[in-house]
Design a protein around this ligand. Structure first.
Ligand code: NAD
Length: 489
């Protein structure tokens, strides 16, 4: 049984109150982690403030070297980390392995490129006068993250935050505290100095305490509702905030596409990580002429997926992360069926896997915008498919949502691709591609999917303020626009 402590000022501290972390494939308790309250959070922010002064004095190249070692440590410990991810949140080992290597790639990308992205600009004004800009760290960054990519999402913020001279108080999800603790250990092994990274495990109240603390910035990934709460609670202090929130991405298939490729992409995109992915195609729209054959192929491939414990190498679909997440999904499917949707396959708890939070991947058709599956994020293995007549209708249907994270378009026609990419109201568009990310490309949504960017040169700049410096080296004793104004009378 794992015993979780808090990392504050370089020391692992225990606490009075604890909570259980469960293996979602069995319901067994994996370990007990600390439930940090206001006192522990306040202490973590205080030590992070002290540490920030010296961390920011270290040359950026040296900070980047330390961060690069986090990337090395991840690869060194990848076997243990991937197993921990799988037993704590249920995903197949194959996917956990990809998460570890992708995280290392992103950390190293920021370590290699961060310095270049934070070089200021020179701005000539006139003969005597010039300006320049300087990127300065925000201070202490509170990083609050969800459970669905418990290693990647924290480190894609921690790495740029540290390189740019900030210190961090990190709050992992209450469903994956031990992966969060592992991140603290890896940072220590990489040589991140005491107090520069602090880990406070806990629940929503712990996160709220961090938002209400003397922090300088909150970098948040999670649901839109929590994002809105964070924005409200940050208002009084005017913290800098970056919000990566939920999505209901459209997957739009035109009749000229390679239908088999589109089906393969849609089935993988919708069901990998048990459908618990922010950019998963949550509303699939198919051009009328090919809708029936698309649905037939999609259902057939869905029924071939192997459901089981993520630790079994043959498993395609692990359990959902928790009892509550599965119950939410079941309510959404019930709502759709009550309002007229048809279930083409799946949509129930598998009889052979009664202990964990398993759910047979489902395909729904006959859906309308009266149903929660079309209006709210569906965060589990349920695919929702409907048809469209022409491009204008596809655009209208895809944009008929409060979310604006991503979208995926399937066509061989470049004109269609370009028109769709300009008219879809979201932060990211993939064409003939689905659920990919590249460290060098910006990540983030609009509308209820959030604000700010992760990854790329834009991502690191979320963690800095731009200081403008203007210098006049001339010898003039006055300016034509200074007092006294009467001189022009
Ligand atoms: P969640 O909002 O329930 O929790 C996220 C984190 O916020 C957790 O650490 C939680 O303890 C904390 N929290 C809860 N209440 C809080 C409060 N009042 N103040 C501060 N912190 C609080 O989300 P979740 O269920 O963990 O994650 C799933 C959601 O995350 C989905 O909506 C998914 O789309 C979204 N997500 C978005 C992206 C993206 O890049 N846009 C990536 C991954 C996940």
């Amino acid at each position: 049984m794992l015993d979780g402590k808090l990392l504050i000022g370089g020391k692992w501290k225990t606490c009075d109150r604890k909570f259980d972390s469960l293996d979602p494939a069995t319901g067994d308790v994996l370990g007990r982690a600390c439930l940090a309250g206001v006192e522990e959070v306040t202490e973590a922010v205080k030590v992070a403030k002290l540490a920030q002064e010296s961390w920011n004095k270290i040359d950026i190249s040296e900070r980047a070297e330390i961060v690069a070692r986090i990337g090395d440590e991840l690869l060194k410990k990848s076997q243990e980390i991937k197993k921990l991810i799988t037993i704590e949140m249920g995903r197949p080992l194959f996917e956990s392995n990809i998460e570890v290597s992708k995280t290392s790639e992103i950390v190293k990308y920021f370590a290699n490129e961060g310095k270049k992205f934070l070089e200021g600009d020179e701005v000539p004004i006139n003969h005597d006068n010039f300006s320049f800009t300087r990127y300065e760290p925000v201070g202490v960054v509170g990083i609050i993250k969800p459970w669905n990519y418990p290693l990647l999402l924290p480190l894609w913020s921690i790495a740029p935050a540290l390189i740019s001279g900030n210190t961090v108080v990190f709050k992992p999800s209450d469903l994956t505290p031990f992966v969060g603790i592992e991140i603290g250990k890896i940072c220590q092994d990489a040589g991140v100095p005491d107090g520069v990274i602090n880990v406070v495990t806990g629940d929503g109240f712990t996160g709220k305490s961090l938002v209400s603390s003397d922090i300088d910035m909150i970098s948040f990934t999670g649901s839109s509702d929590t994002g809105k709460n964070i924005m409200k609670n940050s208002a009084d202090k005017l913290h800098r905030i970056s919000l990566e929130l939920g999505g209901s991405d459209a997957f739009i298939v035109f009749k000229d596409t390679d239908i088999e490729g589109a089906i393969n992409g849609a089935v993988w995109g919708r069901f990998m990580n048990c459908g618990q992915v922010c950019i998963s195609p949550k509303r699939i729209f198919v051009e009328d002429d090919i809708a029936d054959s698309f649905i037939e192929g999609f259902v057939r491939k869905t029924m071939e997926l192997v459901i089981g414990n993520g630790s079994d190498p043959d498993t395609d679909i692990g359990p959902m992360v928790s009892k509550e997440q599965r119950e939410n999904l079941e309510l959404q499917v019930e709502d759709a069926v009550r309002k007229g949707a048809s279930i083409k396959c799946g949509g129930k708890r598998p009889l052979s896997l009664q202990n964990g939070y398993f759910y047979e991947p489902a395909v729904l058709t006959g859906v309308t915008y009266e149903m929660s599956v079309m209006n709210e994020e569906v965060f589990g293995p349920v695919a929702v498919i409907s048809a469209f007549e022409n491009m204008d209708e596809a655009i209208a249907l895809a944009n008929m949502t409060k979310y604006g994270l991503g979208a995926s378009v399937w066509t061989k026609d470049q004109d269609i691709a370009m028109r769709m990419s300009s008219q879809l109201k979201c932060g990211m568009v993939w064409v003939n591609e689905i659920c990919t990310l590249h460290p060098q490309c910006p990540w983030g949504g609009i509308k209820h999917s959030g604000m700010g960017k992760d990854l790329s040169r834009y991502g690191i700049r979320e963690f800095v303020s731009i200081k403008h410096v203007n210098i006049n080296m001339g010898t003039d004793k006055t300016r034509s626009w200074w007092f006294p104004y009467g001189k022009y009378g």
